[in-house]
Structures are given as structure tokens and as C-alpha cells.
Design a protein around this ligand. Sequence first.
Ligand code: HSE
Length: 292
Amino acid sequence: MIKITVPATSANIGPGFDSLGVALNLYLTLEIFEETVQWHVIHDYGTDMPDDENNFIVKTALSLAPNLTPHRIIVKSDIPLARGLGSSSSALLAGLAMANTLGKLNLTNERLLEKATVLEGHPDNVAPALFGGGVAAFYNGIQVFHAPLKLPQDINFVTFIPKYELLTAEARQALPAHMSFKDSVAASAISNTLTAALSVGDFNTARKLIEMDQFHEQARSHLAPHLEIIREVAHQLQIIGTYLSGAGPTIITLVPKKDTQKLLETLSKMNLPGKLLLLKSDFNGLQITKND
Ligand code: HSE
């Protein structure tokens, strides 16, 4: 049996729109068993999700290796769908990694990242899902440039996952078609300064910049009303560092370990409609293990 494990991810981290992301400790696992006549995908997502060659993971694998022999596979995931935690990126990478392994393609992680980025459109989820930890990345239509993004060790990700789904396509439609030169300079300066602050471990500066996004959060605020609510509650506790995870609707607050419990307790008393989780960085990224 071959087992592929891919972590969840949180993209943007505030102002790093389409470029910053971090892997988190929720996982999709794909177990590959014996060869079969037709693809047989066992999952518990219900009847709407195909269990044959039309399954997204299988289709992604076949896009890379069209002659792949069908197998029986089991997919399990604790990454909620369409919530801004990289569920589709994890499935996409699992499919590519399955094709790479079964098809003996010997593609490097660099090539896998390029393939995944082309399919996803931007690298901010797929890059950290592949490499683990924080990643900064840029795709120019030809090549993916990427570098590790240092995040503080003593940090937790207090994560609120609303009950409702929000498709990335819908959340991207809410984005402005244009930004002025002046606004673009300011928005990218905020993001640059955030990465510099993180690189030297200056979380005091970083956490303020995380809340200064000018690319997407304002435009998406009607789709993710919990952002303002949770940010405000955190501020009352002197905790700064709340942002919209990916395209939303999940909200994440980066919290020093010492402040984590008080934020969790306060938020859980509010009974917001959704799930409150304490997540941590995943530093392994995509893993493949083989058991005979
Ligand atoms: N950077 C992307 C966005 C992440 O915010 O739309 C979602 O895939």
C-alpha cells in the first residue's frame, strides 16, 4: 500500500495575496491499494463526489499520466471543503503525486509545483502543501519562484471555520478589477514589510501588518462577516493578527502560545456558527510512504 499525505494550507496570511501561505496540521490522506479494472475511489463525501475515473483526484492524476493503471484508492480528509483551507490544493497534489509514483515519472518537487500551480492558478496553497511550513511564491506564467517564509515557533493558529461553504471562484469575483498605482505600491509594501519582519522574527511588527491587507479582505468582507467580529474580539484581548484564510470564509488569528487559551475561551463562549480549532504549522508538507 502506498500512502500519500497532504496538509491543509492557509493562503494570503493577510496582505500576501496569491503569494504567501502556510501548511497546517489537518490532512488529506490517499491510500493506494491493488490494481483494478476500473478506478475505484472509496471516500465518505457522499454520492455527489464521483467514485470512479471522474473523481477529481483521479482526473488530476490522469491529466499528468493518461495511461495510468486503475487502482482501488481510499481518500480521507479532515480538511473541510470550500472553506479557505486548501482542500482542493491538497486533492490536486495528491492526484499529481499518485501519478508521479504509480507512473514512475520521477518528477521533482519543482516540476510538481509547476504542474500544481498551473492547475490551481496561483501557488500560495500548493507550495506550502508540497513543502510544509510557510512559503512565499510567485508564478509568472512560466516558472514558479518560491522561498521559505519563516514563521515564529511559539505561534498557534486559532481557526474559526464557518458552517457555510464559499467557492474560491465566487470569492475571486468579488475582487476589484483594477487597483491604482499608488494603492498597489502601498499594498505590496505592506506585504514586503511583513515578510521582512517575519524573516527576522519581529512578530510585533508582523502581526500589525497581517491586519493591513489592501488587496482582498475589504472586497470580500460581505462574504466573510466573521473576520471583523473575530478581529474585534481579539483586539479587546490585545491580540493582533487576524486575517481571512485564503478566499475564506475561514478566519485565522495568529496567536502567541501564551495568549491562545484566552482567545479560544472567549471565542467559544460566543457560539459562532461553525467550528473553532487550534491548529499548528505542519513542517513536513506532502509525504509518501510505502508499506508492503
Ligand atoms: N490567494 C487565493 C485567493 C487563495 O485569495 O483567492 C484561494 O485559493
